[in-house]
Design a protein around this ligand. Structure first.
Ligand SMILES: C[S@@+](CC[C@H](N)C(=O)[O-])C[C@H]1O[C@@H](n2cnc3c(N)ncnc32)[C@H](O)[C@@H]1O
Length: 302
């Protein structure tokens, strides 16, 4: 997604170490390696994604290191890889098409399957476990905040009422409960369960927690004007660059504000390269509906 746009902003032709914090299926990582990145560190919290990325990136041999971690652990990952400074860093946030389409992960209300929703199945609570124990008010808050669902209270009430008759273990059952709670009163273009599923996914994966401090650590790892920048190919700007793709307004707001905060004052660390977020071309949006909500922002280390 937005591959040409990311390439133009990150300039992999400068060479040096690039980090893909959400390597996913490896599409962006391959582009970075094909266009000059000397080395690529790919991070993902989903082991299924890493297995696919390993295949996609096999032709690049030992120029690639793939790491199972949360990107919020970036400082430790880079230290363990022996990387001091980074030429470019990408975070393509959110879920991958693999996660949405794969069976048995519980992200989609379009199929009936166990209600898991964890990107990293080696840790944390599943969506089913959480909605089985949470109180109604907290549930309504999460659905309102992360799903921007105006009928969050009705949805929370319906979920709590339904679980008296047995645990809600599947996407099918949850979808039905939510649709019944909201659909009667509204005619919507999207499935009425969309917002609640989004909210639960964001909550289960703590997607917005620490996004700002992650960006701070990522920026701190970017090379400045020091020796590392001078080893980069002659005649090109060596300073490190960061690009972040967000998929919903809550995420994009954090990216925008964090970039802005880091580019202000005497100790500014960044210059923002995208006054307005870069969005998908009409052709890409037509070919891939998910691209319609993608917003790309980028900045360069000062
Ligand atoms: C939109 S996809 C990335 C797709 C990738 N750019 C590509 O070209 O295939 C997002 C990926 O980020 C991963 N992810 C989400 N949150 C993460 C986190 N906190 N730490 C590490 N990986 C994360 C997901 O597991 C998913 O594979």
């Amino acid at each position: 997604m937005l591959v040409d746009e990311v390439r133009a902003l990150l300039q992999p032709e400068r060479g040096g170490v690039f980090v893909d914090c959400t390597v996913g299926l490896g599409g962006h990582a391959r582009m970075l390696l094909e266009h000059g990145a000397s080395r690529l560190i790919g991070i993902d919290r989903d082991t299924d994604a890493l297995a696919l990325a390993r295949d996609t990136l096999a032709p690049f041999g030992d120029r690639v290191a793939l790491v199972h971690a949360d990107y919020r652990e970036i400082a430790a990952v880079l230290a363990a890889q022996g990387v001091g400074e980074v030429a470019g860093l990408l975070a393509d946030l959110g879920v991958s098409s693999l996660q949405l389409d794969a069976e048995g992960r519980g992200f989609s209300f379009r199929r009936d399957e166990p209600l898991d929703m964890r990107m990293d199945r080696s840790r944390g609570e599943t969506a089913a476990e959480w909605i089985g124990r949470v109180d109604e008010r907290e549930l309504a808050d999460v659905i309102y905040r992360f799903g921007e669902e105006r009928r969050s209270r009705q949805v929370a009430r319906a979920i709590v009422a339904a679980r008296q008759h047995g645990r809600i273990e599947t996407t099918g059952r949850l979808g039905e409960i939510v649709r019944r709670a909201v659909a009667a009163r509204t005619r919507q273009r999207i499935d009425p369960a969309t917002r609640t599923f989004q909210a639960l996914r964001i909550w289960v994966n703590r997607e917005l927690d620490g996004l700002d401090s992650f960006i701070g650590s990522a920026v701190a790892s970017l090379q400045g004007e020091g020796p590392a920048a001078r080893t980069v190919r002659k005649g090109v700007e060596g300073r490190g660059r960061i690009a972040v793709i967000a998929f919903h307004s809550l995420e994009d707001r954090v990216v925008k504000h964090t970039f802005r905060a880091l580019s202000k004052g005497d100790d500014a660390q960044l210059t923002v390269l995208t006054k307005h977020p870069v969005i998908a071309s009409d052709a890409e949006a037509a070919a891939n509906p998910r691209a319609r909500s993608a917003k790309l922002r980028a900045a360069v280390r000062v």
